[in-house]
Write a protein that binds this ligand. Structure first.
Ligand SMILES: [Zn+2]
Length: 342
């Protein structure tokens, strides 16, 4: 398979750039082309494009802006898989893909956003959660997030729109912007698990294993992850660390599962006591999940997936094969990092 892929690449290089040698990789030839013409979405995009009207970009950001392909650009941006033809399948495994992605994102300083982006078609903006409709937004619309509100068992965003003022939007239909690298297109594909969710899953899975909330079991077919048995839930002292709500809330912000507000600064600051921070973290979790009980929040994760259903931000609450493969890779990485291998 890999050999076939290389042959195809060689064939493409020969077809497109007759002057280059076969030893040149697809990546090298793309870099040559980018030096001639390189396009980006300066409004928060994270990819370099060869096509000014790249079909992989939300049409509202087209045409893209031409820039010089400098070292700074090459460090900050990834190749667009659609128009540069370099896809993640170039990696030999999902594990390798995730490790590389993780390294690339973590070399960029954390930059938190207080904005939301609409991620579905014709989304209602309402006067109150579930109330009268003010207007409908198209996918890609950006709104200022004022606060999260838990209402009748689901998450709502209290938000401000430049054209329509304040209103409410259901948590399924919008997603916090994340980093200054990411824009959310309308999620018309079947893959629901985005990079920030994978990073959060990796952080949480690691945290749970290190604190005995999730345990490694081996029932003969090799090690796997399993949520700790019921005894652990009533254990004294609790296996849930007393500062877990604080750590968890901070990561919700830092991995873009909630929008930045002043509570983040208080949780990260030096001025408050542990119990003051815990009460802020509790209110963050109450607004986001409707509860501040850690076991309840963790139980709402599909087992060993480490992503709470509230954080899907999609009407399709199911994993695509690609989502499953990526989450499995994260489980394997966590296992690799926490089991002795001979
Ligand atoms: Zn592109």
């Amino acid at each position: 398979m890999k050999r076939l892929f290389c042959m195809l690449l060689s064939a493409m290089i020969i077809t497109m750039l007759p002057a280059v040698t076969l030893a040149e990789t697809r990546e090298e030839s793309v870099i040559q082309e980018l030096k001639d013409h390189c396009y980006i979405n300066p409004d928060g995009g994270n990819k370099v494009h060869l096509d000014m009207n790249c079909p992989g970009v939300n049409p509202r950001y087209l045409p893209l802006t031409e820039v010089e392909y400098t070292e700074e650009i090459s460090n900050k941006y990834h190749f667009c898989p659609v128009c540069c033809g370099i896809t993640e399948s170039a990696y030999t495994s999902e594990k390798e893909w995730f490790r590389d992605l993780y390294t690339r994102y973590h070399t960029v300083p954390v930059s938190l956003w207080s904005d939301l982006q609409v991620v579905w078609h014709d989304v209602n903006f309402r006067e109150s959660p579930g109330g009268k409709v003010i207007c409908r937004f198209k996918g890609g619309e950006r709104l200022e997030c004022l606060e999260e509100v838990w209402h009748n068992g689901s998450l709502w965003y209290h938000a401000r729109s430049a054209g329509y003022g304040e209103g409410y939007i259901g948590g399924t239909w919008a997603k916090p912007l994340w980093h200054d690298l990411e824009n959310w297109p309308v999620n018309d594909n079947t893959d629901n698990v985005s990079y920030n969710m994978l990073f959060f899953a990796y952080w949480l899975g690691t945290y749970e294993v290190e604190h005995g909330i999730t345990i490694i079991v081996d029932e003969g077919s090799g090690p796997s992850l399993s949520i700790a048995p019921p005894e652990a839930r009533n254990a004294q002292p609790s296996v849930i660390p007393e500062d877990m709500r604080i750590a968890y809330a901070i990561k919700l912000y830092e991995y873009g599962l909630i929008c930045k507000d002043q509570k983040y600064d208080k949780l990260k600051g030096e001025d408050l006591t542990l119990s003051e921070k815990d009460s802020i973290a509790s209110s963050v979790l109450q607004n986001h999940y409707g509860t501040d009980d850690m076991w309840t929040i963790l139980r709402h994760m599909s087992q060993a997936i480490f992503i709470n259903e509230t954080d899907w931000h999609s009407p399709r609450n199911q994993l695509s094969p690609k989502d499953s493969a990526r989450l499995s890779a994260i489980m394997e990485i966590i296992l690799d990092e926490h089991t002795e291998r001979e």
